[in-house]
Write a protein that binds this ligand. Structure first.
Ligand code: ADP
Ligand code: MG
Length: 448
């Protein structure tokens, strides 16, 4: 699969932010005061996340290093909206690579269009003089035997189907087979497959793989090794039936190519093409082996980052993180843990949203976070955990329980930047505000 050009027009000037000259002026009727008298062009490099109770604009500071941010809260209060807003700023304002690594509810389907909802547009316009702006998104579908694409809907979208590279999978076959079914954990007998690695990795079809296995595995005759042989053959058959490999689906290639450059992981290639990949995982999330597939892509982006994107920064964004890693030890948790632990050195940042701060792996929270945005939450276990991670007092925890839709408490171990009436200052205290809405459109949950 080859990308020659990306058919997407990037918004010309990115996001222009204008600061209200006086917080009381912005609300005046437009017939009394023109925009030029109401806003000043300040070069805000920081990312405005919310409008605070005191009329100031709270921002994540632009710094040399990437950051890690968690967006936490009960369902329906604005986590995904905040993620949507932040992705546009990273992409347009900071010009980093952005990769949406888990869209389980297909909410990013609309992010390739400018925000249409009037109330959201007006709020952003009023306080930042900021206009709607679509994102150049390419939807990435992991192929499986149950993937059902709504081709009508996708007609005017950019998308690709991906599979996993068999030659790479064979390198770590035990890992994938046990993902298909824990019973296929081939354990020590994996060494028989390892002996065949070289010839297996050259196969182009599932048929060829079966031939090699049938020929070469011990246990063809007699009772010795017979059970092991059957187990391996069955495990491979099951793996092929999932249709997640390039040799089981010749129409879709594991790697894509950009302008004749060598073949690369699809996420890397798409980011190099200047677009934002969005991994649509509604189908994948029902599979036992999802963690392996997430891990494979995350590791590939992370390990190749500085070679593929020298001097650049990349942010990996995950909505509903709990659906990516369910335990501390699953492969995806380890992969994301690497990003959380070493991302700053590798220039890979991490932004995720979750309803279940108490249940996500320890390796991505607490000391690993620079910022946290807490939306309404009533779960005391979660509030206590956030409270101890960010040194919150009892009063703030109580106030988080009472937050309304779109309101949040932002907290940091670093600092926030504030703007008001032409002034700029820094502060590190937890602060309450109302989020700025996304500039890219947003899927209202449950609707296409
Ligand atoms: N495009 C939109 N237009 C209007 N309202 C929206 C839109 N997208 C989301 N919303 C509303 O914003 C609220 C917060 O949504 P969301 O950020 O998806 O919540 P969550 O915290 O569950 O991720 C929802 O109640 C939803 O109705
Ligand atoms: Mg959400």
């Amino acid at each position: 699969m080859e990308i020659v050009s990306t058919q997407i027009n990037h918004a010309q000037n990115g996001l222009i932010i204008k600061m209200p000259l006086g917080s009381s002026l912005v609300k005046l009727n437009k017939t009394f005061i023109e925009d030029k008298d109401r806003f000043i062009d300040v070069n805000i490099e920081d990312i405005p996340i919310m409008y605070c109770e005191d009329g100031s604009i709270c921002c994540i500071p632009k710094e040399e290093e990437v950051f890690s941010l968690a967006i936490v809260g009960a369902s329906g209060f604005g986590k995904s909206l905040a993620l949507n807003r932040i992705h546009s700023h990273l992409f347009y304002q900071w010009k980093t690579n952005v990769c949406l690594m888990n869209d389980i509810s297909e909410e990013s389907f609309k992010w390739s269009e400018p925000m249409k909802f009037r109330a959201f547009k007006e709020f952003n316009r009023l306080y930042l003089n900021q206009e709607p702006c679509p994102s150049p998104i390419v939807y990435v579908y992991p192929n499986t035997n149950t993937l059902d694409l709504d081709l009508d809907f996708l007609r005017d979208k950019n998308y690709i189907k991906t599979v996993m590279p068999f030659a790479d999978i064979i390198e770590d076959i035990g890992f994938y087979l046990s993902g298909i079914n824990p019973e296929f954990d081939v354990g020590k007998s994996g060494m028989y497959i390892n002996d065949l690695k070289d010839s297996l990795s050259e196969c182009d079809t599932a048929m060829q793989v079966r031939e090699i296995l049938t020929e070469e595995l011990p246990g063809r005759e007699g009772k010795n090794f017979r059970a092991m042989r059957i187990k391996i053959l069955t495990a491979f058959d099951s793996l092929f039936k999932e249709e997640i490999l390039d040799i089981t689906n010749p129409e879709c290639h594991a790697y894509i190519r950009l302008n004749n450059a060598p073949l690369k992981n699809p996420f890397i290639t798409l980011m190099k093409a200047g677009v934002i990949p969005s991994f649509i995982t509604s189908d994948l999330s029902t599979k036992k082996y999802k963690s392996q597939i997430f891990a494979c892509h995350i590791n590939s982006i992370f390990q190749n980052h500085n070679k593929e994107f020298p001097g650049e920064k990349t942010f990996l964004l995950f909505d509903e993180l709990r659906t990516v890693c369910e335990t501390d030890n699953d492969p995806a948790a380890k992969a994301i843990g690497q990003v959380a632990a070493r991302g700053r050195i590798m220039n890979v940042g991490l932004v995720y949203a979750t309803q279940f701060y108490d249940k996500i792996p320890n390796c991505v929270k607490g000391p690993k976070l620079n910022y946290l945005m807490a939306f309404n939450h009533n779960n005391s276990k979660i509030l206590n955990e956030i409270g101890s991670d960010f040194d919150l007092n009892k009063r703030v925890k109580e106030r988080i329980k009472k937050l309304k839709k779109y309101e949040c408490f932002a907290m940091t171990k670093n600092k926030f930047i504030f703007y008001r009436d032409g002034e700029r200052w820094e502060d590190s205290q937890p602060v309450k505000g109302r989020i700025f809405y996304p500039v890219a459109n947003h899927q209202t949950v449950g609707k296409k």
